[in-house]
Design a protein around this ligand. Structure first.
Ligand code: ZN
Length: 182
């Protein structure tokens, strides 16, 4: 899955009204929706492929919720637990979106249920295209098509989330929503 799409998903969650909205919260959610792909860099540490392993799992989504809640509490942000749970949703959205795309690099799938299972899971009906990791022209062109298709699916969701948030603010559902954090 393209990281532009993961970023869009983080923005969708930040705009959804599920938690308080602020610039800091939005940055946290965009980071959480992208961080699982840090495992691509672990190859430079020991030469082995770690992509789609433990970082792409509900276990790490829950750990992110705990760590995020603690950090938000230390920072003095309001509703740290609620925002921590939305961080878990952002992390989990990464796992779900990657589960739904084509995977051509063995091992196929994600270690999505770690630590409860070390099996790899992949949707039998992929919705999104795979993303190449080289800079060859064919790969760049393929990635552009894949990203465009992802936007076709997700941009309407972004617009709907933004409209939903505007409606909730108009209804006064989050009266303190824009005050406490940076
Ligand atoms: Zn990923």
């Amino acid at each position: 899955m393209d990281n532009l799409t993961h970023t869009l998903t983080g923005v969708v969650l930040a705009q959804s009204g599920l938690s308080r909205t602020s610039r800091g919260a939005s940055i946290a959610l965009v980071l959480a929706s992208n961080i699982p792909d840090v495992d691509l860099l672990f190859r430079f540490v020991d030469g082995r492929n770690h992509h789609n392993n433990e970082f792409h799992s509900i276990g790490f989504a829950l750990l992110a919720a705990v760590a995020g809640s603690l950090v938000f509490r230390i920072l003095g942000w309001r509703r740290p637990l609620a925002l921590g749970l939305v961080v878990a949703l952002a992390w989990g959205s990464h796992v779900l979106l990657d589960y739904l795309n084509v995977d051509t690099h063995p091992p196929i799938g994600l270690m999505a249920l770690w630590p409860f299972s070390s099996a790899y899971f992949k949707s039998p009906v992929p919705i999104f295209l795979d993303i190449g990791r080289t800079l060859e022209w064919v790969t760049v062109r393929h990635n552009a098509v894949a990203a465009a298709w992802e936007c076709v699916i997700l941009v309407p969701l972004l617009v709907a989330a933004w409209r939903h948030r505007r409606w909730r603010f108009r209804e006064g559902a989050w009266p303190g929503g824009s005050r406490a954090s940076p």
